[in-house]
Design a protein. Structure first.
Ligand code: NAD
Length: 344
């Protein structure tokens, strides 16, 4: 087993590699100006360590910026587990990861992200107290992430379409896992027209079963999502979906979803702005889960979490208005606002 500490992309990287158990983990800590670094644990397959490092450092930076704009006293960090072809013993795998988190003495607090779930957080909690999102700590980050995304979609629809209700507004949700499915249910209640897509047919079916009128939903093949004509395109799967290829085909008025790192490059954000597509910056709109785990661990109530989560809509309104007045892309305005808090 090997451990290491290094620096990359403005982050401190802590690495853990155990060929016996298959646990290859990287924890990235970006900025702790506002508090200890808090960020989810992603467990997906990566082609190599370079790709995993690029992912974890970008995500950790996003967490610093997210906390700053959400008004949360936390720093930015994230962890990735390079998922092996088969995890021999999932309980032991996450307990070992918990020991690694514990070894950092609280400078990093972990939680749920793509490829991990509440049961994994319970296993992590066997070996560290620096974890949120277990089955018993009262945190339900995905629910609040979806609530924040809904508030963001409503703010964007007001700004771009001058609409104060969602009835008949066509929303395409790409990825209906933890966040996308809660979002679909909330949008259905508001009378939105839904188109859904997921690369996993079981996940898609599970989401359809939770809807009141699944027959009214349009199912889209994963390859056709970006080109689907709609009012709101809501990426709730993985990142890098706004890229040179998808930009040629986009047929939406608004992009507003939970996925982290939606823009492949900053230039893609500029192109969206030039095309007149309103983009809700990812780390602003998807802050609900962070707000939940941070406030609940401080002993705040669910009502306080809900109030703070809905403020995401107000922050986005300010970003949209400044983007219009200053004629700058929304992601650049959000970066400026976050940096003025982190590096003032
Ligand atoms: P999840 O793994 O439960 O769901 C993601 C779903 O997207 C999966 O069902 C997957 O099959 C699907 N998917 C992936 N790529 C796709 C594609 N190209 N087309 C269609 N479907 C695709 O994850 P989640 O917890 O719902 O999170 C979704 C996104 O939101 C992730 O990027 C995550 O980092 C981000 N996020 C989540 C939270 C949270 O609280 N869960 C908070 C902030 C950000």
């Amino acid at each position: 087993m090997t451990h290491g500490i290094t620096r990359a992309n403005s982050c401190t990287l802590h690495t853990h590699n155990n060929p016996k158990s298959g646990l290859v983990a990287i924890i990235a800590i970006h900025n702790t100006t506002l508090g200890p670094a808090l960020g989810g644990c992603r467990c997906i397959s990566y082609p190599d360590t370079l790709a995993a490092t690029a992912d974890v450092t970008r995500l950790a930076k996003g967490m610093s910026y997210k906390a700053a704009l959400a008004g949360i006293q936390q720093g930015g960090g994230k962890s990735v587990l390079m998922r092996p072809a088969k995890i021999k013993d999932r309980h032991a795998y996450f307990e070992e990861f918990g020991e690694f988190v514990e070894s950092l003495g609280g400078s990093y607090i972990t939680s749920v992200d793509s490829g991990t779930n509440t049961a994994d957080m319970d296993d992590i909690a066997h070996t560290t107290s620096y974890v949120c999102g277990t089955s018993y700590d009262g945190c339900t980050p995905s629910v609040y992430t979806a609530m924040g995304v809904l508030a963001g979609i409503q703010a964007a629809v007001r700004q771009q379409m001058h609409r104060w209700d969602m009835a008949g507004v066509h929303v395409v949700i790409q990825g209906v896992g933890n966040v996308g499915s809660s979002l679909a249910i909330a949008l259905e209640k508001l009378g939105a027209k839904l188109s859904l897509s997921d690369i996993n047919s079981n996940t898609l079916n599970a989401c359809m079963e939770r809807l009141k009128a699944p027959g009214a939903v349009n199912i889209i093949h994963p390859d056709d999502v970006a080109a689907e004509p709609c009012d709101v395109y809501s990426p709730c799967g993985l990142g890098d979906v706004i890229n040179q290829h998808s930009l040629k085909n986009l047929a939406c008025k608004v992009i507003a979803g939970s996925a982290n790192n939606q823009l492949s490059t900053d230039a893609d954000g500029l192109l969206l702005h030039q095309k007149g597509i309103l983009y809700a910056p990812d780390y602003v709109i998807n802050a609900g889960g962070l707000i939940d785990v941070s406030l609940i661990s401080e002993g705040k109530s669910e009502q306080q979490v809900e109030t703070k989560t809905k403020e995401i809509g107000t922050t986005l309104k300010e970003i949209f208005e400044r983007s219009k007045v200053e004629d700058k892309p929304c992601h650049a305005i959000a970066d400026q606002m976050a940096e003025s808090i982190l590096y003032h």
